[in-house]
Design a protein around this ligand. Structure first.
Ligand code: SF4
Length: 323
C-alpha cells in the first residue's frame, strides 16, 4: 500500500485530523489558486528556457556557416591561390587528420569517464580537417565574381539573422532571470513540475510512499524537491518537514541519488531541510501506523496540545478536541 506525502503531513499533525480529512474533504480554493500560479510561472520559465536553447543552437549554426560561406565567397572573388598556400592548406588538413587518427586510436584505451571528452575532440578534429581540405580545394578554383558576391550576401544575411536571434536570447534571458530568482538559484533547472492537479505522481516502490512535490530542481548533479506554502511562518513546521522529507525519499528512489536537502518555502521565508536518516525512519514508522489505522478503521488524537486543536481545520467535527 502506498501512503502519500500529503497523508504523512496531516498524520504528523494529528492522526485524527488526518482521518477526518478523508471523511470531510474540503477544497481550499486559496491553496489551489496559489499552486496554479506557481505551476503557470514555472511552466513559463521552462518554455522560455527551451526557446533560448533552440535559439542558441541556431545562432551557433548560423555563425559557423556564415563564416564558411564568407571565406568561400572570398575564394571565388579572387583568383586561385599561390602554390605555397595550396600546400599549406593540404599539410594542415593532413595534420588535423593525423590528430583525428590519434584520438580514434586512444578512444578505446581511455576510461569511460574520459571517453566523452575524446569523442568531442575527435569530432572537432575531423570537422577541422574537412574544413581546411575544403578551403584547399575552393581556393584553387578559378575566380567567379557572381558566386563570390552571392556567397558574401548570403553570409551577411545569415549574420544579420544570428544577431537578431542573439538579441532575442538576451531579452528572454533577462525575463527568465527575473522570474527565476523567485524560485531557484539562476544555475538551477526545473526538472519536474507537480504543483498542478494533473501532474504525474512520483511513486516509490522501495519506501511504499507516493506524492507530488510542487517542483524538483536540478542544481549541479542534485535533484532538489521544493514545497511552496502560501502561509507565512518564521521557522519550519514539523508536518511540513515530514512532507518535504517524504519528497526527498521519493527523489532518492526515482533518481537513484539522495538529495542533500529539500526546500521548504513560506510566503516570506525559505528553509533548506537536510535529508536526514532520523526523519526518514520517523516517516517509515508513521507509514506503518497509518496502514494499521486504515486496517483498524479508526484513528485517534495522540497529543495533549490545546493549541493544535485551536488551530485545527477539523475541530468543528472532532469529538476528541481539547480546545
Ligand atoms: S481538533 Fe484536536 S484532536 Fe481533533 S483532529 Fe484536530 S488536532 Fe486532532
Amino acid at each position: 500500500m502506498f501512503v502519500s506525502a500529503g497523508d504523512l503531513e496531516k498524520y504528523s499533525y494529528c492522526p485524527l485530523s488526518w482521518w477526518l480529512s478523508k471523511e470531510h474533504k474540503k477544497v481550499y480554493s486559496e491553496g489551489i489558486e496559489f499552486h496554479r500560479n506557481v505551476e503557470e510561472e514555472l511552466k513559463e520559465i521552462k518554455e522560455k528556457e527551451t526557446k533560448t536553447r533552440i535559439y542558441e543552437k541556431y545562432i551557433l549554426f548560423l555563425s559557423v556557416s556564415s563564416s564558411l560561406v564568407a571565406i568561400t565567397g572570398i575564394a571565388f572573388l579572387y583568383s586561385g591561390l599561390e602554390k605555397f598556400w595550396t600546400y599549406f592548406f593540404i599539410i594542415m588538413a593532413l595534420l588535423w587528420l593525423l590528430n583525428s587518427s590519434f584520438f580514434l586510436y586512444r578512444i578505446n584505451k581511455v576510461s569511460s569517464f574520459l571517453k566523452p571528452k575524446y569523442e568531442r575532440l575527435l569530432l572537432i578534429s575531423s570537422i577541422g580537417a574537412i574544413i581546411i581540405a575544403f578551403f584547399a580545394i575552393i581556393f584553387n578554383y578559378p575566380a567567379n565574381e557572381d558566386i563570390g558576391r552571392f556567397a558574401e550576401i548570403l553570409a551577411l544575411i545569415w549574420v544579420a539573422i544570428a544577431n537578431i536571434l542573439f538579441y532575442r536570447v538576451v531579452y528572454i534571458s533577462d525575463i527568465i532571470a527575473e522570474k527565476k530568482i523567485k524560485y531557484m538559484p539562476l544555475k538551477g533547472e526545473i526538472e519536474y513540475i507537480g504543483a498542478n492537479r494533473e501532474g504525474e505522481e512520483i511513486i516509490s516502490e522501495k519506501y511504499g510512499i507516493k506524492g507530488k512535490p510542487d517542483y524538483v530542481l536540478k542544481i549541479d548533479d542534485d535533484y532538489i524537491p521544493v514545497e511552496e506554502k502560501s502561509a507565512d511562518f518564521t521557522s519550519p513546521k514539523y508536518p511540513h518537514v515530514i512532507q518535504i522529507t517524504a519528497y526527498c525519499m521519493l527523489i532518492e528512489d526515482k533518481y537513484g541519488k539522495a538529495p542533500p536537502y529539500g526546500i521548504l518555502k513560506y510566503k516570506n521565508s525559505e528553509f533548506k531541510i537536510p535529508y536526514e536518516k532520523r526523519w526518514k525512519n520517523r516517516i517509515l514508522k508513521m507509514r506503518e501506523s497509518i496502514i494499521e489505522d486504515i486496517k483498524r478503521g479508526e484513528a485517534h488524537r495522540n497529543h495533549y496540545n490545546p493549541k493544535k486543536c485551536k488551530n485545527c481545520l477539523r475541530r468543528d467535527y472532532c469529538n476528541e478536541r481539547i480546545a
